[in-house]
Design a protein around this ligand. Structure first.
Ligand code: SF4
Length: 314
């Protein structure tokens, strides 16, 4: 069903949606269709279960969430003319991280899946050893401190008036495709151009994924902020290593992004049984082959009938 209460499940495109579609069609269906409406406690059990699974996190994802949330709060302080206190923000973020862990163990997410942190480990009954949590908390603290020490933050602290927006979820139309984009931060370069800042918290970043993101960022800046393509730079700041990489964007990158988004959205829409209603049937979205190792890390393995021991995360 595309309708649930007053809400309608309308089609839109995002970078993460493409990721799911290309990774596993069944995972895509469960994320965008099979779990729709599962926020209601009286939703059908299969829908509620898929919704709880959609909200599950992993340690690497959680590290990114805690660090990004703190960075967002700090930059919002700067935008509001306040001088962020690093100790305060780090303490608050670490307290939230410890609280996430407690809440996940308490299983309160069974009642409040959209509000309470839930780790795949706890959902699937596989509590990792204490050292794994200690390591993750150590990585979070190091990255929170790394944020305040990085050159990019120090520069933003000097020119906070150049911050244009922070973590603002916005819809932009690319051709006939509604696209959701959220930049970690968009900063004016002071002379008509802009820098898109992307905080990276993980170990590995695929070059193809980074390249695809750049095009989406560029389209967003040109379509919404009227910034010329050749005046946009995307900057990836790795809070794990402190490395910064800059990627210039130009018209070729934008045209490629337009074509990619259109092709990806067309592929998704051809799978629908009712295009205007955005209706999709589970059986049209196949699972990965039995035994595929990617299933071991998938949040939906219970809904999918592929429950097995979780893969140990880095
Ligand atoms: S368990 Fe495997 S087949 Fe099922 S949704 Fe996840 S990745 Fe796809």
């Amino acid at each position: 069903m595309g309708l649930m209460g007053d809400l309608q499940n309308t089609f839109s495109w995002s970078h993460s949606r493409r990721g799911a579609f290309e990774r596993c069609q069944r995972q895509y269906w469960l994320t965008y269709y099979g779990s729709w409406g599962g926020w209601n406690r009286d939703a059908p059990p299969a829908v509620r279960q898929a919704y709880i699974e959609k909200k599950l996190t992993t340690r690497p994802m959680w590290i990114g969430t805690v660090v990004h949330d703190m960075a967002e709060g700090v930059l919002e302080d700067l935008m509001a003319g306040r001088n962020p206190n690093p100790d305060y923000h780090i303490r608050k973020a670490m307290s939230r991280a410890n609280s996430d862990l407690r809440e996940s163990r308490s299983e309160r997410w069974r009642e409040w899946p959209s509000r309470v942190c839930a780790f795949q480990d706890h959902y699937y009954g596989q509590e990792p050893p204490p050292e794994a949590w200690d390591e993750a908390l150590g990585i979070i603290e190091a990255q929170l401190r790394g944020f305040f020490e990085c050159t990019t933050y120090k520069r933003l602290h000097q020119v906070p008036e150049r911050l244009i927006e922070v973590e603002k979820l916005t819809k932009v139309d690319v051709g006939d495709v509604p696209v959701w984009v959220k930049l970690d931060a968009l900063v004016s370069d002071g002379s008509g151009g802009a820098v898109v800042i992307d905080w990276k918290t993980g170990k590995h970043h695929q070059t193809s994924v980074v390249a695809a993101q750049l095009g989406v960022y560029g389209l967003y800046c040109t379509l919404l902020h009227d910034i010329p393509a050749d005046r946009i730079i995307a900057m990836h700041v790795n809070l794990r290593t402190g490395d910064r990489t800059q990627h210039p964007i130009d018209d070729t990158v934008l045209e490629q992004a337009r074509a990619d988004i259109q092709a990806s959205a067309d592929a998704m829409r051809t799978k629908l049984v009712d295009l205007p209603g955005n209706l999709a049937r589970e059986e049209d979205f196949p699972k990965l082959p039995e035994g595929d190792e990617r299933c071991a890390g998938c949040a939906f393995r219970r809904s999918c009938g592929r429950e097995q021991p979780a893969r140990e995360e880095a």
